[in-house]
Ligand binder design. Structure first.
Ligand code: NAD
Ligand code: LMR
Length: 342
């Protein structure tokens, strides 16, 4: 779907500029943190979507040039820039999908939780503005630690009386993208076919790829399962170390976030066959938040696919139990932070 809809130029079928079989550009998307390492390539990929009519780019600095630059691409969306807190409300009015990659990234030696002290407050303030200005929007949280920032966002929305669990998403698409890539490489499969659900959370052992549920069906030796699971869980750190102080994944993250935006827009547009893994409030486990594969529809999460957690291998079942303590603590840390501010 990503390949099909990100064609840089919608195909014109005749001289009168009629577009046939092309989706209508009608959705409004805002990126908060749009001048950053993720924000810039993500904005470019969203600018290429034929489903987007308006692209609002918000940051605390440097966003004017990014918007001017992108606005020259001959794709349908209108790009507008918004700088600083005084322009945030206008950036959000009328928006259908808000994507939040604002905040600091890791450096070598740091965990995602080490970012909490800075990013928790950034996410709280941005989501508070979302609650005031576009409470019906789908909200995609990229800022780390996702295991805590999503509960913070939920708490802020609850305090403002506008929380809809179907519309708040922690973006874990990059874990799926990585799992698909690594599994295809290891098993010599065609990349485009491979789909591995990744559940749990988005940090270390809370990232749980369900290799037994890989489609098309693939069989793995025990060592392959060990090796692939650890590689997927450490892939973020792999990039942080390779960048050696210059940040974390930005390009693969932008690709993954653009896929999640496109899936959300297709769902809003009435496509009845959109599934993504994402960190949401749910009852699939005893934890209040958990990344699961969900069916997306016009109103957000239409169904959480609970069957993914049935019939797990012994390895997966153990890993599921083992991740719960850390994930629970990260969720509670987020909720505590947001409750204390109320
Ligand atoms: P970056 O430092 O390159 O960019 C962050 C941007 O956020 C900057 O432009 C900065 O000005 C902006 N910003 C800071 N405070 C802001 C505020 N209050 N309002 C609006 N914008 C603000 O960082 P990056 O590499 O783009 O990463 C951003 C975040 O995404 C980090 O927290 C990182 O850990 C996270 N991340 C998550 C995933 C995931 O899979 N969910 C993957 C990669 C990175
Ligand atoms: C990732 O998985 O790449 C992101 O969460 C960034 C990081 O800190 O690893």
């Amino acid at each position: 779907a990503l390949r099909a809809s990100f064609a840089p130029n919608a195909q014109k079928t005749n001289q009168s500029h009629q577009y046939h079989l092309q989706p209508q550009a009608s959705y409004k998307v805002a990126v908060l943190g749009a001048a950053g390492g993720i924000g810039q390539p993500l904005a470019l990929l969203i600018k290429m979507s034929p489903l987007v009519s308006d692209l609002h780019l918000y940051d605390i600095a440097n966003v004017k040039g990014v918007a001017a630059d992108l606005s020259h691409c001959n794709t349908p969306s209108q790009v507008k820039d918004f700088t600083g807190a005084s322009e945030l409300a206008n950036a959000l009015k009328g928006i259908d999908v808000v994507v939040i990659p604002a905040g600091v990234p890791r450096k070598p030696g740091m965990t995602r939780d080490d970012l909490f002290n800075i990013n928790a407050g950034i996410v709280r303030d941005l989501v508070s503005a979302v609650a005031d200005n576009c409470p019906d929007a789908f909200i995609h949280i990229i800022s780390n630690p996702v295991n805590s920032t999503v509960p913070i966002a939920a708490e802020v929305l609850k305090q403002k009386g506008v929380f809809d669990r179907k519309k708040l998403f922690g973006v874990t698409t990059l874990d799926v993208v990585r799992a698909n890539t690594f599994v295809a490489q290891k098993k010599g499969l065609k990349l485009i076919d491979v789909d591995v659900p990744v559940v749990g959370g988005h940090a270390g052992i809370t990232i749980l790829p369900l290799l037994s549920k890989t489609r098309p069906t693939a069989s793995f030796a025990d060592e392959e399962i060990q090796e692939l699971t650890i590689r997927i869980q450490n892939a973020g750190t792999e990039v942080v170390e390779a960048k050696a102080g210059a940040g974390s994944a930005t390009l693969s993250m932008a690709y993954a976030a653009a896929r999640f935006v496109e899936s959300s827009l297709r769902a809003l547009d009435g496509d009845g066959d959109v599934y993504e893994c994402t960190f949401v409030e749910s009852e699939v486990t005893e934890l209040p938040f958990f990344a699961s594969r969900v069916k997306l529809g016009r109103k957000g999460v239409e169904a959480v696919i609970t069957s993914d957690l049935q019939g797990l291998t012994e390895f997966e079942q153990k890993a599921l139990e083992a991740l719960k303590a850390e994930l629970k603590a990260s969720i509670e840390k987020g909720i505590d932070f947001a409750s204390k501010q109320a």
